[in-house]
Unconditional design. Structure first.
Length: 180
């Protein structure tokens, strides 16, 4: 008995990886693709090897003509080179020292804080994570009075702080406009 057309899984194509984005996000996509396409260990290794390009492709040169070996070894090489585990202190410093640039949107600051937080603390988020993210965002605003007004509204998460900041900034802008 054949499976109905609507139940058949289509093959998923994996995009290239060049090392410019966090490796963990790519590896989640890789695992999803491998499961969907029913790849065995050899196929996983072959596909992983073939999707590397640019700087990430250099790992292949470093392995020499004998190749990587297994896909697990390739994963470890990629994690060692592009993972955040060895960059924790650097990423934490970047989170703590991030400041809003002149003319930069609040959304962009929050997005960058979130990116840095994910790189610093990969994995599931918890209350402490959100507290650090929220605090880092307020510090990044580089405006103590504005940050204090946001803190006064008791934001719990980075998203809460961003929503409050956007409302307050809009209110401030509306008060600066000359009346007709």
């Amino acid at each position: 008995v054949s499976m109905p057309a609507w139940k058949k899984k289509g093959k998923i194509k994996l995009n290239y990886y060049d090392g410019s984005t966090p490796i963990e996000a790519f590896l989640i996509k890789f695992e999803t693709t491998a499961r969907n396409n029913n790849w065995d260990d050899d196929e996983r290794c072959n596909h992983l090897t073939c999707v590397l390009k640019g700087p990430a492709e250099q790992l292949l040169w470093e392995c020499g003509t004998e190749g990587v070996g297994t896909w697990q070894q390739m994963l470890q090489l990629l994690r060692d080179r592009y993972g955040s585990a060895n960059k924790g202190l650097l990423n934490l410093t970047q989170v703590q020292n991030r400041r809003r640039l002149e003319g930069e949107s609040l959304e962009n600051v929050a997005q960058d804080i979130r990116r840095l937080m994910i790189q610093t603390y990969p994995g599931p988020q918890n209350e402490l994570y959100e507290h650090v993210a929220c605090d880092s965002f307020l510090k990044a605003l580089d405006d103590k009075k504005f940050a204090a007004r946001i803190r006064d509204k008791d934001p719990i998460t980075l998203n809460d702080a961003l929503k409050i900041a956007l409302k307050l900034e809009a209110l401030d802008l509306s008060l600066q406009e000359p009346e007709p």
